[in-house]
Write a protein that binds this ligand. Sequence first.
Ligand code: PNS
Length: 165
Amino acid sequence: MKRAIYPGSFDPVTLGHIDVIRRASKLFDFLIIGILGNSAKTPLFSVEERVNMLKEATADLTNVEVRSFHGLTVEFARECEANALVRGLRAITDFDYELQIAQLNRVIAPEIDTVFLTTNLKYAYLSSSSVKEVAAYGGDISHFVTPAVEKKVHKKFEEIRSRRI
Ligand code: PNS
C-alpha cells in the first residue's frame, strides 16, 4: 500500500492545491493532507477552518484524508506510516526552496521520499497569499478557489473590516 502525505498551510486551499491533490490521489493508494498548525506565519483561517475547507473540497476522493499536525512534517509522515511526501512545484523559484527542504528532510528521515508534482500551467501563478491579497481589496477570487472557499474568504475579510470600524 503506497501512502503519501501532502503537507502545507492551505490558508486557504486554492485550485492549484486541489489539482495536486487529485493527481497525487491517483498516484498513491492513500493520501493524507496534513495542515500545519504551528506555522511561523499568522494564518487567516484557524486549523479547524482549514481542515473543514479541505474536507469539503476533497469529499469525492475516497482515498484522501485530511488531518492537522504540529511539529516536523517528516514526523507526521511517520505517524501516518507514509513513505512519500508530495509537494507542488509552480516555478523555478519554488524549486530552490523545496529542494533544500527535501534534502534536509531526507537527512532526518531517509525512508521518506519527496515527490514533486509540477503544478498545472493553468495555476502556475497562483498562491494562497495572492488569493488573500486580492480578496483583502475586495477583488474577484472566483478563478482561484472553489465557490465554497470564495464565500469563506470574503466572509473572513468582512469580519476583519467590521472589527476595524
Ligand atoms: O504551504 P506551505 O506553507 O508552503 O507549506 C510549508 C510546509 C508546511 C510544508 C513546511 O513549512 C513544513 O514542512 N513545516 C513543518 C516544519 C518542518 O518539518 N520543516 C522542514 C524542515 S526545515
